[in-house]
Ligand binder design. Structure first.
Ligand SMILES: C[S@@+](CC[C@H](N)C(=O)[O-])C[C@H]1O[C@@H](n2cnc3c(N)ncnc32)[C@H](O)[C@@H]1O
Length: 254
C-alpha cells in the first residue's frame, strides 16, 4: 500500500514532468495546449483527474472526490439548476461531469483544441454539450444575455489581471439578468497562496509570466473588478480551499 507522502511525491513528479516543457510557450493558452498534447494518461482516467491535491490546497478530500465535494458544498447550493451553463476552461472535464446534470445545455469552452478533443472523447454521446473554442480574448461567439450561469475552475489562477478583468466584463455581457457565476482564482496572501507565490519566484525572475504560474490576485482585487464591470460580488470564499479564492457572482436584474 502506497503511503500518502509517496503518492504526493509521485504526483508532483508527474506534474513537473508536464509543466517544464510548456513554460516556453508564447502565451498561457498555448502552454496549456502543449500540456494537453503531451498528456498520455495520468493517475485518473482523464486529464486533470489527478489535480487538486490536498497537500497543495489544504482540501479535505482526495482528487477523485474533489469535484463532487465542491458540488455538494458550493455548486448545488449556489447554482441550483438552469437552462444554459457556460464552463470557461473545461480542460479534461472533471467539473463538466458535475455540471451536466445542472443544465439543459452546457457550453464547454476552452482555448485548447486538444482539451476539447479529449472532452469529446470523455462524453461521446452527450448531446447537451456544445463545444466552444475560445481565442483567449473573450467570449465573442456568445450573444449578449445568452447564458444563465457560468463556472470556471483552475483557469483564472493562471490568467493575468487584464485577462481576468476582460472575462468578467464578458460575463457581464453574456449573463442574463439575475445570472450567476462561480469563479475560482488566486488568493496570493493566504498562508498557502503565499507559499505558492514564494515557490514560483526563482523560475519567474526576469521573465514573462509562465503558463502554469499563478498571477498575483486577491479577494479585494476581485471585488473591485466585479464592481467595475457592473456585476455583484455575493461573496468571496477563502476557506473552502485554503490556498485560493472562490467568488460567487451575480448579474444585476436590470
Ligand atoms: C488547469 S486547467 C483546468 C481545467 C478544468 N477546469 C479543471 O479544473 O480540471 C486550465 C484550463 O484552462 C484553459 N485555458 C487556458 N487559458 C485560457 C483562457 N484564456 N481562456 C479559457 N481557457 C483557458 C486550458 O486550456 C486548460 O484547459
Amino acid at each position: 500500500m502506497e503511503t500518502k507522502r509517496n503518492f504526493a511525491l509521485r504526483i508532483r513528479r508527474k506534474v513537473l514532468k508536464f509543466i517544464y516543457p510548456l513554460n516556453s510557450a508564447a502565451n498561457i493558452a498555448e502552454g496549456w495546449e502543449r500540456y494537453a498534447r503531451r498528456y498520455v494518461g495520468g493517475e485518473g482516467e482523464h486529464l486533470g483527474d489527478e489535480w487538486s491535491l490536498p497537500e497543495l490546497i489544504d482540501n479535505v478530500v482526495p482528487p477523485d472526490r474533489f469535484p463532487s465535494y465542491l458540488d455538494e458544498k458550493l455548486l448545488s447550493p449556489f447554482l441550483g439548476s438552469c437552462d444554459v451553463l457556460l464552463e470557461i476552461g473545461s480542460g479534461g472535464g472533471r467539473f463538466t461531469e458535475v455540471l451536466l446534470p445542472k443544465c439543459h445545455k452546457l457550453l464547454a469552452s476552452d482555448t485548447s483544441r486538444t482539451m476539447l478533443k479529449l472532452l469529446r472523447k470523455r462524453f461521446p454521446h452527450e448531446s447537451k454539450i456544445e463545444y466552444l473554442l475560445l481565442d483567449g480574448k473573450g467570449l465573442s461567439a456568445l450573444a449578449d444575455h445568452s447564458v444563465d450561469q457560468a463556472f470556471s475552475w483552475g483557469v483564472f489562477v493562471h490568467l493575468q489581471h487584464w485577462d481576468i478583468y476582460n472575462y468578467l466584463k464578458e460575463l457581464k455581457r453574456v449573463l442574463k439578468p439575475g445570472g450567476k457565476a462561480i469563479i475560482h482564482h488566486p488568493n496570493t496572501f493566504s498562508e498557502l497562496g503565499w507559499k505558492h507565490f514564494l515557490a514560483e519566484v526563482p523560475a519567474s525572475l526576469n521573465r514573462h509570466k509562465l503558463p502554469t504560474t499563478f498571477s498575483l490576485f486577491t479577494a479585494e482585487i476581485m471585488k473591485e473588478f466585479v464592481q467595475r464591470v457592473g456585476l455583484i460580488l455575493v461573496d468571496c470564499l477563502t476557506d473552502v480551499i485554503k490556498r485560493d479564492g472562490i467568488s460567487l457572482i451575480l448579474s444585476p436584474e436590470n
